[in-house]
Design a protein around this ligand. Structure first.
Ligand code: SF4
Length: 202
């Protein structure tokens, strides 16, 4: 350790270097229709981690994670304000693919497969205080939990301590919620409670 630098300072400096490397990444730029713009929110103090899919085109344009209708829905599900959601000391946001991947036939393309193996583990290691991880959508769930159905995982919310699986909060989730009323009745109260506890919000 350099003289005059505490362990916390060293951690922050290592994370700042890592984030600089991430933001300069061009690894899969040839596949990104709007070019690289890695979007993430990370700090070594974060308590809740949102593991999502990949930024949408609106978030890409503004440079802010979940700066769209999906983000509004996710914040409502979590029961927190935009100010709390965008407080990096409390909430981290780490998509499976950090850049907008473009469109597929239905909806956005999958997260670029190069991204998670390149960055994810190092970024997770820089956040030792995470006590609750939200696996938002099938890509994040498959990466962490292996094969399985999103609806089954969301419904079995008590089976993975420290993790909660959620559907992707796109416009499609409104129809899914109508067909699965247990989500509003059972999962959302549990989610809000878990988020409040992890963030120590009264
Ligand atoms: S998606 Fe990931 S691997 Fe590809 S350019 Fe962006 S940060 Fe790099």
């Amino acid at each position: 350790m350099e003289p005059g630098i505490g362990a916390g300072d060293e951690e922050h400096s290592a994370l700042a270097t890592l984030l600089g490397d991430v933001r300069a990444c061009r690894r899969c730029s040839e596949f990104l229709p709007l070019g690289p713009r890695p979007l993430l929110q990370v700090s070594s103090d974060a308590r809740v981690l949102v593991c999502s899919q990949a930024p949408g085109s609106k978030a890409h344009a503004s440079g802010i994670c979940f700066d769209d209708a999906s983000g509004n829905r996710l914040r409502e599900w979590m029961g927190i304000t935009p100010g709390q959601f965008y407080d990096a000391q409390r909430v981290a946001i780490l998509p499976m693919g950090l850049c907008y991947p473009g469109k597929a036939k239905a909806g956005d393309a999958p997260p670029r497969p190069e991204c998670a193996p390149l960055w994810r583990q190092r970024l997770l290691q820089s956040m030792p205080g995470i006590s609750l991880t939200l696996l938002v959508g099938g890509y994040a769930q498959a990466h962490v939990l292996g094969p399985g159905r999103v609806s089954d995982r969301v419904r079995n919310f008590a089976s993975q301590p420290g993790y909660l699986s959620l559907p992707h909060p796109s416009w499609r989730s409104t129809g899914w919620m109508r067909r699965n009323p247990w989500f509003s009745q059972e999962v959302l109260p549990h989610l809000r409670n878990s988020v409040r506890q992890a963030l120590q919000i009264n």
